[in-house]
Design a protein around this ligand. Structure first.
Ligand code: RET
Length: 241
């Protein structure tokens, strides 16, 4: 099963939003001195990366067919092959560490913790990719490892992150809680989308485009707006940056 022109148009729509968000973030950075632009650059970079990934997927590139082990009778997903968009994972392996840096630098997390959380994040994305490409039931073994890594990340954010946020004043605490709770909620839906797309082949690639597209819109442009807005009055120097 491959995507159709409708899936492609949806990817291009999200592509445009990602490009707009990236350019707006760069534009806004000019209102701050060069030394105070760290969150602008991280945030612009993750939206630019998504812009490129969505450009590829809209152009119907960055996918490969896999054999489907469990055949389905639903006409939407009937067939022995399914298109897997590995381009997503190239996007995520770059952008999810940047999103986590946005969150962890907001609460001045020590570097050892940041490096550990980024490692867990790489495990999550790479096992997700391997699981997506594997045709046998072992794919869910990789998926389970990815889920465990995700809960490790959640633990660091919800426990250590929140503790740090409390020591840094109410404005920092507020932006961390807003973007952090949003992240936990949205990220939790990615393994659900995976389960019905790459995992279980329950929904067609066009529906997958919408499911992941809406999630990516929430996790990147909406997240970015909240983060940049929340940081406006906070000097990075206060966070040791
Ligand atoms: C996978 C499958 C393996 C198990 C888990 C996953 C989680 C992925 C997540 C992705 C987040 C992506 C974001 C992209 C930015 O737009 C890899 C689907 C847990 C949480 C935020």
């Amino acid at each position: 099963i491959a995507q159709t022109v409708r899936g492609s148009s949806f990817y291009f729509a999200i592509c445009a939003v990602m490009g707009f968000t990236a350019l707006t973030t760069i534009g806004l950075s000019y209102l701050k001195p060069r030394t105070d632009r760290i969150f602008f650059y991280i945030t612009a970079a993750l939206n630019f990366t998504a812009f490129i990934a969505y450009f590829a997927m809209g152009s119907n590139l960055g996918w490969t067919p896999i054999d489907v082990e469990f055949q389905r009778s639903d006409p939407e997903v009937r067939g022995t092959n399914r298109a897997i968009f590995y381009a997503r994972y190239i996007d995520w392996v770059i952008t999810t560490p940047l999103l986590l840096m946005d969150l962890l630098l907001t609460v001045a997390m020590p570097w050892p913790t940041i490096i550990w959380v980024i490692f867990l994040d790489e495990v999550m994305i790479v096992t997700g990719l391997i699981g997506a490409l594997v045709s046998t039931r072992y794919k869910f073994g990789f998926y389970a490892i990815g889920c465990a890594a995700m809960f490790g990340i959640f633990w660091e954010l919800a426990v250590a992150g929140r503790k740090h946020a409390k020591t840094l004043g109410s404005d920092v605490h507020r932006v961390f809680m807003m973007t952090g709770v949003w992240t936990l909620f949205i990220w939790l839906l990615y393994p659900v989308a995976w389960g019905v797309s790459e995992g279980g082949n329950v929904i067609a690639p066009d529906s997958e485009a919408v499911f992941y597209g809406v999630l990516d819109f929430c996790a990147k442009p909406l997240f970015s707006a909240m983060l940049i807005w929340g940081h406006w009055g906070i000097s990075p120097a206060r966070l040791g940056l």
